[in-house]
Design a protein around this ligand. Structure first.
Ligand code: ZN
Length: 198
């Protein structure tokens, strides 16, 4: 049963108050077969102990385009899958394959508000073996970092070891990724932009 709990706020808005459903883990081979050869090699040959994030280029560009539209804080959800590395302890890959943009966005650390269409779309995609793997939002001209509120939002709603948080400053051209309820910042070499995840 889904643990996602929400209430309708105002017209067609939903406030998220609990964590999304658990991820279904998939084996890494399933992801490697869907990646272009070079991306698959980088993912497979890298340090197996370090978590990695593979982002479909189309989704990456789409998120940047969305957040560049307006000079206000905006956000949405990241959709994808989680893959564990065989024979490694703790190694895994989060594949970010798609995103759902929210027209209305508000994060306070104890609640996350997006319009109901965003959650509905995310649930539909979940039927295609994808889940909400994280969230993204913008810091227009403030720099890409996680604020105290962002850390609370991550801990409250994206606290799985595989949950990712992406923050982008589209005007300073900065981007940072965080992982798990602890908001551990990921190094550049842990992020791969892949031409396609088919
Ligand atoms: Zn923020």
């Amino acid at each position: 049963m889904s643990k996602m709990q929400y209430r309708i706020r105002g017209r067609n808005m939903i406030v998220w108050r609990e964590q999304p459903p658990d991820f279904r883990q998939q084996e890494i081979g399933k992801l490697l077969r869907r990646l272009p050869f070079t991306s698959a090699c980088i993912v497979a040959l890298g340090d197996g102990l370090r978590p990695k994030v593979v982002v479909a280029q189309r989704a990456h560009e789409g998120v940047w385009a969305h957040l560049s539209e307006r000079n206000v804080e905006m956000g949405g959800l990241l959709i994808g899958s989680v893959h564990t590395l065989e024979g490694s302890t703790g190694g895994f890959v989060v594949a970010v394959e798609d995103f759902v943009r929210s027209e209305h966005y508000e994060s306070t650390g104890v609640s996350l508000t997006m319009e109901s269409q965003v959650w509905n779309t995310a649930r539909l995609r979940a039927k295609e073996e994808m889940s909400v793997v994280g969230w993204y939002h913008s810091h227009p001209s403030l720099g890409a970092f996680f604020s105290g509120t962002d850390r609370k939002t991550q801990a409250q709603f994206f606290s799985h070891p595989y949950s990712v948080g992406l923050v982008i400053d589209p005007f300073r051209h900065e981007e940072m990724w965080f992982l798990s309820g602890e908001s551990i910042s990921l190094d550049l070499f842990q992020i791969f932009i892949s031409p396609e995840v088919s």
